[in-house]
Write a protein that binds this ligand. Sequence first.
Ligand code: UDP
Ligand code: MG
Length: 318
Amino acid sequence: MSIETTHKSILTIVVPCYNEGEVLCETTRRLIAVLEGLQSVISPDSRILYVDDGSIDCTWDLIGRLHTADCRVVGISLAANSGHQNALMAGLETTVRCSDLFVTIDADLQDDETVICDMVRLAMEGCDIVYGVRSSRKSDTWFKRTTAQAFYRLMHRMGVRTVYNHADYRLMSRRTVEALLRYEERNLFLRGLVPLLGFRTATVEYVRLERKAGESKYPLTKMMGLAFDGITSFSMTPVHLVLWIGAAFLTAALVIAAWVVACLLTQRAVTGWASLMLSVWLCSGCILIGLGIVGEYIGKIYMEVKHRPRYVIKEEVL
Ligand code: UDP
Ligand code: MG
């Protein structure tokens, strides 16, 4: 989207927060500095929107106090912990009518906030989506780095278009957010959805830093849940794989049947109880895995047809 000379774009920085009380003051200080650095090119109505995702610490009180101190800080509080992806959607949906540009960034300052200036500059040059891409993940643990990179590769193999080493740090123009909001799915995986939108895109690189305070709100189980959602919401490859494995087993069964007939005709007794039992277990295992994968997709359909709200807003300071 191009920025008109008469009207400066309103920028909203959407920050999902789940028990981020320890880091929020520093985050606000840094993000206000970014808004001030951009004041010649963006509207003075630009703001920081904190989405409190059902925190149980002092996060919401702190957001209230930060709002009182500086009206550029606004917030919404979700009635329950709805997850990072839903919190982002809540922030975008709440501000879509009153902003022109949207940046989503985590509260913990791991993503270098100074590149927001480059993102805005690229938006002014006509880009609708600017992805923040990690050029180095040295600050991540070996485990996090390896599993994350294996996940990006797996997604690629499964035919899901994602931007390598990009998480949810990105700038979007209003028309792309409007397009995104038309996707009504409940199993959200924004890293897969946003590249589906099209539009003119660009990337900016940054070095991922250490968390400023507090600890990760993405334990291994949540991370695996997100990865699984990413694959099963976008790719039919696992189901196709089950079909191919089934076909391979059927072929093997036909070969074995031919061998049994040949043994019968040549009057040779069929021995091999152990191998028989082994194949029973093997086949049953494969069938159960197959059923599980298909069940996962049916479960997703079940969740989608219910049309439950993604989140419920409890309070606002806007
Ligand atoms: N977050 C959230 N809801 C959740 C979990 C996380 O809003 O249920 C927010 C969290 O406050 C942070 C962002 O999502 O702003 C990313 O979480 P985190 O930094 O803990 O993840 P990591 O960087 O360790 O993958
Ligand atoms: Mg983080």
